[in-house]
Design a protein around this ligand. Structure first.
Ligand SMILES: Nc1ncnc2c1ncn2[C@@H]1O[C@H](COP(=O)(O)OP(=O)(O)O)[C@@H](O)[C@H]1O
Ligand SMILES: [Mg+2]
Length: 283
C-alpha cells in the first residue's frame, strides 16, 4: 500500500542516495491502530517514510490525522500495530524515549512553560536535546552551547524581539513559531508537523514554510506534515497520503492524489466544485 519513493526529478535538490528507490525507510507504521471506546480513530495504517521525503497528510476533520501523529510520537498508545524507527520496533516506549531516539513532535501549547520566557522555553528544549532534561533549575547554569542553540532557533523563526516575554503572552501565530523553534532545538530525525501555520496571519506563514522547506533540503530528514491548504501541499510535498475515517485511502504523487475523484469525494463528502472546498484549486 505504501509506495516507498518517487523517482528523483530534474532539479531536485535532495541528494540522490536519500531518495534512491529501495533505500530502507527511516519511519514505518505497521497496521497502526487505535480505538477510543468502540470508535476506531486510526485503522491499521501501514506506511513507510524515507529520509529526504516530505509527506503531506490530508483528510477531512476527524479523519485521524492528529491521532496518527500522536501514535507515532508516543503521546497515545496503539491498540494494535507498531511504529518502526530506523529498523527498531518502538513497542510501548514512551513519548520521551521516542524523542530521544529522534522523533520530533511539534510541542503543543500545553507542553510549554507559560510563565517562562520564550527564550527560556527554547533553552529548555536545547538543554533536553543536550541530555539535560526538562529541568528548569538547570537553566541557571547558563550553558553557553544551549544559549547559542536557543539564539539560533529564535532567529530562525524570527522571534528574537519576543525572546524575553512570557510564552503565555505571545500571540497565537507567535506561539506556533515558538513550537517550531522548540522542535528545531530538539534536532530530530523525523519532524511531525500538525497544521503548523494554522491561525497564523498571512505575513507569518512564509517564515514557517520556508523553514520546513530548508529542513527538507537537508535531504536526510523525514517530514510528515498535516496540512489543509492544498497550495502548501503542492509546494512542499513529494507525496500525499489521505486518511479517511481512520483508514489510508490514497497514497502517491500530490497532483494525482489531489485530483482523484475518490479523494475529492471522501475529503468533502460533496462536489469538488463546491465553495469552500480546499481541493477546488486542484483542477
Ligand atoms: N483522546 C481521544 N478520546 C476519544 N476520541 C478521540 C480522542 N482523540 C481523537 N478522538 C477522535 O478520533 C477521531 C480522529 O480525531 P483526530 O485525529 O483529531 O482527527 P483529525 O486530526 O484528522 O481532524 C475523531 O473522531 C476524534 O473525535
Ligand atoms: Mg487534527
Amino acid at each position: 500500500m505504501s509506495e516507498p519513493l518517487h523517482a528523483p526529478r530534474a532539479g531536485d535538490p535532495t541528494p540522490e542516495p536519500a531518495r534512491r528507490a529501495g533505500s530502507p525507510p527511516l519511519l514505518e507504521t505497521r497496521s497502526l491502530t487505535i480505538a477510543f471506546g468502540g470508535h476506531i480513530a486510526v485503522n491499521a495504517v501501514s506506511c513507510a517514510f524515507t529520509r529526504g521525503s516530505l509527506t503531506a497528510i490530508v483528510g477531512p476533520n476527524g479523519a485521524g490525522k492528529t491521532t496518527y501523529l500522536n501514535l507515532i510520537s508516543g503521546q497515545l498508545r496503539a491498540s494494535a500495530g507498531d511504529v518502526v524507527l530506523d529498523g527498531q520496533t518502538l513497542g510501548r516506549s514512551s513519548a520521551a524515549a521516542r524523542t530521544r531516539r529522534g522523533l520530533g513532535r511539534a510541542f503543543q501549547l500545553t507542553n510549554l512553560f507559560p510563565n517562562l520566557s520564550v527564550r527560556e522555553n527554547v533553552r529548555l528544549a536545547a538543554q533536553a536535546r543536550a541530555g539535560g532534561g526538562l529541568n528548569v533549575a538547570r537553566l541557571a547554569e547558563r550553558d553557553a552551547a544551549v544559549t547559542e542553540q536557543a539564539r539560533r532557533r529564535l532567529a530562525e523563526v524570527q522571534l528574537e524581539d519576543r525572546a524575553d516575554v512570557p510564552a503565555a503572552a505571545l500571540s497565537h501565530g507567535d506561539q506556533r513559531k515558538l513550537e517550531v523553534a522548540l522542535l528545531l532545538a530538539l534536532q530530530p530525525e523525523v519532524f511531525l508537523f500538525d497544521e503548523p501555520t494554522a491561525g497564523m496571519s498571512l505575513d507569518e506563514v512564509p517564515v514557517v514554510l520556508d523553514l520546513i522547506e530548508r529542513i527538507k533540503a537537508q535531504g536526510d530528514k523525514c517530514i510528515l506534515l498535516v496540512e489543509h491548504k492544498m497550495d502548501v501541499v503542492r509546494r512542499l510535498a513529494d507525496r500525499v497520503i489521505v486518511l479517511h475515517q481512520g483508514s489510508l485511502l490514497a497514497d502517491g504523487d500530490p497532483a494525482a492524489v489531489i485530483a482523484s475523484p475518490l479523494v475529492q469525494e471522501a475529503y468533502l463528502g460533496r462536489s469538488p466544485a463546491a465553495p469552500g472546498n480546499p481541493l477546488r484549486s486542484a483542477t
